[in-house]
Design a binder for this molecule. Structure first.
Ligand code: XMP
Length: 531
């Protein structure tokens, strides 16, 4: 295993991600753990190397140091950015502040032949120097090498952009190999972890599950956990994982707000109550939600009502469970499917949650419950891989994202049951056809080729003609986008015959809809959802 000590950089988790992509087990811990803690961590004999992360701060602003034990264990150490500076400081070199900050793209020359950079280069200069295209972000820099070190890399602005003590296997770079802008970053980190540390590349989902199960059992002991199951990927995978760990000490509360997709509630129950034999309480709160939404048009007001009601219903169920003894002693933990992208590094060394699960934000404090977040360190694709390894169906794990307020933000203006019923059926037809239509070029179906696709209900009526009669019915807009981060998105160029087939089916099969349009706007300036 590899230990990553976090000095508070925004991108520390990316180091972990790169190490895991090399299938090496690693853990991220704050840099202020004690030397005893580090020795203890290494006591099982599996610690193969340590990486010191960057920091948001300067060595002059903070006096964070690596615990002394880091340099006593005899394992390879890689310092990155601040990690390099603290290594230099602690081992007898010198760090100075500089007037110019170096930020962004830089070309770094590799020096000598170090085990770390040997054979790794983006291009070679006419003088035969290996050059790396990297991403830099620093003000301070190392100005004198500690005893035993040699220069490993340099730029014009930063003569010691990398240093190495090959005897002790200490390496450090001023740039950030963990970000994708550093072209050879992955190669460099792989070289460190796999070759220099000789760590075992045996970290796969199966062993992750064993580890996570063990941790959950330790954390929960014989106490009980409740979890808000939404049917989305994250809460589903969290539920499956926690259920694997503690079985019926977990109770899932599934609040059906009446704004779910067609048959979604039944599918969730079938999977969790039926197949996994988990404790699932289904709360049918459709009337409550629709009642409170009556007469409300404004999107933010709708969101607030749905979010607030969700919390109320959940709290009520938690109290009922406690009273009924179904969760025998009453839950003391609230589990959430928070994943790494929901968590970012704060200014300090500790990650903070900026977006708890939308449905249950603020709940733990209100309920006086402790938090259990077993997916906190995982990226979305790892969560999916985990879901598959836990036996969840592919269709559930690779489902498009669905907003917490559900169809509430896909019915424009006032939400009515009649509208929700029409929208659900139109949406199901769209999704069914996307899944059924394969793109000959890629061999993939259009559901998998789009990041998010759904129907939107427009509460305006237009005139149509059907058979011999005139119709005066509502409009459905189709939306399908391609995106990697959901911050920007492009409308998907769906094949025209597919769009026409979906339109024809919706108009023929969903009485009450006589017109279908396709939304071709990009985000920005439009958003993905219409509200
Ligand atoms: P927009 O519409 O802002 O959506 O382009 C970006 C992504 O976020 C989803 N979304 C939400 N998810 N609660 C959620 O859990 C919400 O209130 C919410 N609003 C939008 C949206 O579906 C898209 O994937």
């Amino acid at each position: 295993k590899i230990l990553i000590l976090d000095f508070g950089s925004q991108v520390t988790q990316l180091i972990a991600r790169r190490v895991r992509e090399a299938h090496v087990y690693c853990e991220v811990h704050p840099c202020d753990v004690s030397s005893d803690w580090v020795r203890q961590f290494a006591a099982d004999g599996h610690l193969k190397g340590i990486i010191l992360s960057g920091s948001h701060a300067s060595v002059y602003e903070v006096d964070d140091k690596a615990p002394e034990a880091v340099f006593e264990l005899g394992v390879p150490v890689l310092g990155i950015c601040y990690g390099m500076q603290t290594m230099a400081n602690q081992l007898g070199g010198k760090v100075e502040g500089s007037h110019s900050r170096e930020f962004g793209y830089a070309e770094v020359r590799a020096h000598g032949h170090t085990a770390l950079l040997q054979g790794i280069a983006d291009f070679t200069t006419t003088e035969g120097h290996g050059m790396l295209k990297v991403w830099m972000s620093h003000g301070d820099k190392v100005t004198a090498l500690p005893p035993g070190f040699k220069v490993m890399a340099s730029t014009a602005a930063c003569p010691i952009a990398g240093m190495a003590d090959e005897q002790r296997r200490y390496y450090a770079v001023q740039f950030h190999p963990e970000v994708t802008h550093t072209v050879q970053g992955t190669a460099l980190l792989n070289r460190f972890v796999l070759d220099i540390c000789a760590a075992q590349a045996d970290w796969v989902m199966g062993s992750y599950i064993d580890e996570a199960v063990k941790k959950i059992r330790e954390q929960v002991g014989d106490e009980e956990v409740i979890l808000g199951l939404s049917g989305g990927v994250d809460s589903s995978v969290a539920a499956a994982l926690i259920h694997r760990a503690i079985g019926n000490q977990l109770t899932c509360v599934f609040v059906d707000h009446g704004l779910l997709r067609l048959n979604e509630g039944d599918m969730v129950m079938e999977m969790f109550a039926g197949k996994l034999h988990a404790n699932v309480v289904r709360v049918d709160a459709a009337d409550l939600f629709l009642g409170k939404l009556a007469g409300v048009n404004e999107p933010e007001a709708k969101r607030k009502i749905i979010g607030g009601l969700f919390v109320d219903v959940f709290k009520e169920e938690a109290a009922k469970l406690k009273a009924s003894g179904q969760a025998h002693k009453g839950a003391t933990f609230l589990a959430q499917g928070t994943i790494y992208p929901d968590v970012i590094e704060s200014g300090g060394k500790k990650a903070v949650t900026i977006k708890s699960h939308h449905n249950v934000g603020g709940l733990p404090e209100q309920l006086g419950l402790k938090l259990l977040e077993p997916l906190r360190d995982l990226f979305k694709d790892e969560v999916r891989e985990l879901g598959i390894a836990l036996g969840l169906p592919h269709a559930m794990v690779y489902r498009h994202p669905f907003p917490g307020p559900g169809l509430g933000v896909r019915i424009l203006g006032e939400v009515k049951k009649e509208y929700a019923d029409l929208l659900r059926r139109a949406d199901a037809i769209f999704i069914e056809e996307l899944r059924a239509t394969v793109d000959p070029e890629t061999g993939k179906n259009w559901y998998d080729l789009t990041s998010q696709a759904f129907a939107v209900f427009l509460p305006v009526k237009t005139v149509g003609v059907m058979g011999d009669g005139r119709t005066y019915d509502y409009v459905i807009a189709l939306r399908a986008v391609q995106t990697t981060d959901f911050m920007t998105a492009d409308s998907a160029e769906l094949p025209y015959p597919l769009l026409k087939k979906v339109a024809a089916r919706i108009i023929n099969e969903v009485r009450g809809i006589n017109r279908v349009t396709y939304d071709v706007s990009t985000k920005p300036p439009a958003t993905i959802e219409w509200e």
